[in-house]
Design a protein around this ligand. Structure first.
Ligand code: OVM
Length: 408
């Protein structure tokens, strides 16, 4: 007979996952949390954490026990007012979650993407030509490619105005910081959050959107009664919140991976079909979205049938370390290597289950277009100077990746 560990008996850590030293290099903390047990109590915040692939995966597909509607950040919507009206997708559970999700997954599905494909591949070729001719062989891959490409294609695809787009990245950056504690990173965004939010809010109105973008299609779904007219602007807001910074840091991750793994770049050039696996392997390896919280809907027992099941009280937050799961040696052979020979499918970098990233096909198309254009023109890629991270409570983000790209 085994008995569940109570909070005072279970593995406990006083690490602050949102502190600057950890954000600078989170991998040692990920390993320590995985090794401490299937569930670890984070005493700083009074929350539970999971870092092993098996447990993170199981929790993500169990939306009944691990709810999203109380918020997927540290703050619990049962007790604290959210900083903005909650997302109808991310911060909702069935049944309320389902209609907005169905609408958006159709709009961002394979047929929509097929229409965009040739145009985005041409845009990527134009951008790469422009960077190589104007900047030459040395440039900052974050500004010149990872930010420039999504900003060139995605806001147009949504159908927003060309004016004011400089608010998009700071808004997303703050939204991802806001999932963490009320620390210096959140304070840094506070000065501009009102104007950035007001900008994003204005772009969600029907008359602010071009007639055949994703935004107009969301409003058309409300005309058909698939969602209500009150829901439509919030669904547009999800695209503008979740669709920009994530792809910027995902593209940065894959460019950094190739710059530091020259043999993998040669392999990609020899086998261009590997562009698709390359992006998913980079998302596994880097996990641009590092974490999300869930909330226990009832008292939960994790690891029932194991020697030390853990009880999580009802209403407690549980931090899911997607990044730690994606490098768990219990699941992945040689998890720290970036390797195009691996099958990265099953990674939890886009989440898993009902809430799995609805924009993942868009993200893959962006990277496919950009990497294809680069692989055609660039024979060798290397770092041209020290890289700089941008610390964020949720994102594994970059400020600068100086690259040298040879075209001979
Ligand atoms: C949203 C959303 C969805 C995924 C991530 C995210 C800021 C936001 O629906 O607003 O991060």
């Amino acid at each position: 007979m085994t008995t569940a560990l109570t909070p005072d008996e279970l593995a406990t850590s006083d690490v602050d996952p949102f502190s600057h030293p950890v954000l600078a290099d989170p991998l040692p903390m990920h390993a320590a949390l995985r090794d401490a047990g299937p569930v670890v109590y984070l005493s700083r915040y009074g929350v539970y954490a999971m870092a092993r692939y098996r447990d993170v995966h199981a929790a993500l597909i169990n939306w009944q026990d691990f709810q999203s509607a109380a918020g997927v950040g540290l703050s619990n919507f049962r007790y604290e007012k959210p900083w903005r009206p909650p997302s109808l997708l991310l911060e909702a559970d069935p049944p309320q979650h389902d209609a907005p999700r169905r609408v958006l997954s159709k709009i961002l599905g394979p047929r929509a993407l097929h229409r965009l494909r040739d145009g985005w591949f041409a845009e990527a070729e134009t951008l790469v030509e422009q960077v190589l001719s104007e900047a030459g062989t040395e440039f900052d891959a974050v500004a010149a490619l990872a930010e420039a490409f999504p900003l060139r294609v995605f806001p147009d695809a949504v159908g927003i105005s060309p004016h004011g787009r400089e608010h998009l990245l700071p808004y997303g950056n703050h939204a991802f910081n806001a999932f963490g504690p009320d620390n210096d990173l959140v304070a840094k965004g506070a000065a501009t959050v009102a104007e950035n939010s007001a900008y994003v809010g204005r772009q969600c109105a029907r008359d602010a959107l071009t007639p055949d973008g994703f935004g107009a299609r969301i409003w058309a779904a409300s005309d058909r009664g698939e969602i209500t007219p009150e829901q439509a602007p919030l669904v547009v807001r999800s695209l503008l919140t979740a669709g920009v910074d994530t792809t910027v840091h995902g593209l940065s991750a894959v460019l950094y991976a190739f710059a530091t793994h020259p043999e993998q770049w040669q392999r990609l050039r020899a086998e261009p079909h590997l562009v698709r696996v390359a992006f998913d392997e980079a998302v596994r390896w880097e996990s641009p979205v590092q974490t999300f919280f869930r909330t226990a809907t009832t008292e939960l027992t994790v690891g029932a049938g194991t020697q030390h099941p853990v009880t999580i009280p009802e209403g407690k937050k549980i931090l899911m370390f997607l990044a730690a799961a994606n490098r768990d040696p219990r699941r992945w052979a040689d998890p720290d290597s970036f390797d195009l020979a691996r099958d990265p499918s099953g990674h939890v970098g886009f989440g898993m289950g009902l809430h799995q990233c609805v924009g993942q096909h868009i993200a893959r198309l962006e990277s496919e277009a950009l990497l294809t254009a680069l692989a055609r023109r660039v024979s060798t890629l290397e770092l041209a100077g020290p890289v700089q991270r941008e610390h964020n409570n949720t994102l594994r983000a970059w400020r600068s990746i100086p690259l040298r790209a040879r075209t001979d």
